[in-house]
Design a protein around this ligand. Structure first.
Ligand SMILES: [Zn+2]
Length: 165
């Protein structure tokens, strides 16, 4: 599966592989890489939202222990972002965003109590070691022998969309 590169933000060594699941109904109960059963891991995810918001979302990902892979559900993430931004920055709802890495739980908790500087936050952040492209699944059904099964088209964003002004 293709990997995506970006510059490093976090001060801690990179950690975890990361993938987004864009399918509303897909629970990813098996790992897309190794096919073992996935579990769950609740972890603060650092997300950059254009133009310049950094959000830490304590979010329960699907997790494959074998691959060290966190899988986030796109529609859930966007639901939480929309709830947050409708209070703080409604004009930026629907902007491009990127999950960067994970924040240490202790630092995240401290940040809830009092505002942290960006430097402090990033010093407790690990970028994802590997970012995969969005999960793609093939549509189940009957196909002719020489035909590849088509990729299922995920539902587009529901909450995280630009409102017509
Ligand atoms: Zn796996």
């Amino acid at each position: 599966m293709a990997k995506v590169k970006h510059r490093q933000f976090g001060g801690l060594p990179p950690k975890y592989s990361f993938m987004v699941n864009p399918y509303l109904e897909e629970r990813v109960s098996r790992c897309p890489l190794c096919d073992l059963k996935t579990g769950q891991r609740k972890i603060p995810i650092l997300i950059h939202v254009n133009p310049q918001h950094l959000i830490t979302l304590n979010y329960t990902c699907r997790f494959c222990r074998n691959c060290d892979l966190l899988i986030a559900h796109k529609h859930e993430i966007e639901y939480y972002l929309t709830a947050l931004f409708s209070q703080q920055a409604p004009d930026d709802i629907g902007n491009e965003y990127l999950a960067i890495g994970t924040v240490e739980k202790s630092a995240w908790k401290e940040g809830l109590k009092q505002q942290q500087s960006l430097d402090k936050l990033l010093s407790h952040t690990s970028d994802f070691a590997t970012c995969y492209q969005e999960l793609q699944i093939t549509r189940a059904g009957y196909y002719q022998a020489d035909q590849k099964s088509p990729i299922a088209v995920p539902l587009p964003s529901q909450d995280w969309v630009k409102k017509n002004l």
